[in-house]
Design a protein around this ligand. Structure first.
Ligand code: 6PG
Length: 227
């Protein structure tokens, strides 16, 4: 694991945006296109705003979500809504957005699995973490936590209901997230750093599911932190 500690959140947003933009540019140079999977919640908005100004060829970039709350895109809690407001503007307005949750689908999980099956492996994945040690929608007590963390899972998307999750969720699976060429965990504040330190210690994955990423990605994980 590589730690990238910043003195403040603005510098972190700039640094993470520059790093992700470079990875996407590398994917474009190598394969002609790039896939970025990002998290929702409150932490990433500033990073998205900086990334939206990155001068790369967004026309060949697909943006998708690490996880999504099963609510319509115009709901305040929709991660797609957040990405639309904060990332898909400025230069990044030209990117293609691949949503995880389709409110019109009869079976939202089947629909998400179908669309993600066609996606390439991600160039960059940026995860967040909750104070309860969840990342993506790998929640403690999640009804499909074992399936989502199963590295032999044939699926790239899993559904999740959990006491701490609010509404039902869809999440990319650990197996698929770990295929990312660049994997980052973006956390802010002393409280989350303490949770991370706790997760780095021995203990069951089901208690602090972020452990699955810390252990699965091992020395490939980049942790971005600011107070
Ligand atoms: C979500 C996320 C989730 C998030 C953490 C941290 O949709 O909730 O993708 O995994 O990264 O909950 O959220 P905050 O940034 O709001 O603390």
């Amino acid at each position: 694991m590589t730690r990238h500690d910043y003195p403040d959140r603005i510098k972190l947003a700039e640094g993470l945006a520059a790093g992700v933009a470079a990875v996407l540019a590398g994917g474009i140079a190598t394969r002609g296109n790039a896939l970025l999977a990002i998290s929702g919640g409150s932490t990433p908005a500033l990073f998205f705003e900086h990334l939206s100004n990155a001068d790369i060829d967004w026309r060949v970039v697909t943006v998708t979500l690490v996880d999504e709350r099963c609510v319509p895109a115009d709901n305040d809690r929709s991660n797609a809504g957040l990405v639309g407001r904060t990332l898909l503007r400025n230069h990044a307005m030209q990117a293609r957005f691949l949503p995880l949750f389709d409110a019109t689908a009869v079976d939202a999980l089947a629909s998400a699995r179908k669309s993600m099956a066609l996606a390439p492996e991600p160039d960059a994945v940026v995860l967040g973490m909750g104070g309860d040690g969840h990342t993506a929608s790998f929640f403690p007590g999640g009804d499909h936590l074992a399936e989502a963390l199963d590295t032999n899972s044939p699926h790239r998307v899993e559904s999740m209901r959990a006491p701490g999750a609010g509404e039902p969720r869809l999440t990319l699976t650990l197996h698929y997230l770990l295929t990312a060429r660049f994997l980052a965990l973006h956390i802010e504040g002393d409280e989350k750093r303490a949770v991370l330190d706790q997760a780095l210690a021995d203990g069951p994955v089901v208690e602090l599911p972020v452990r699955a990423v810390l252990r699965g990605a091992a020395n490939r994980l980049n942790v971005f932190w600011a107070p």
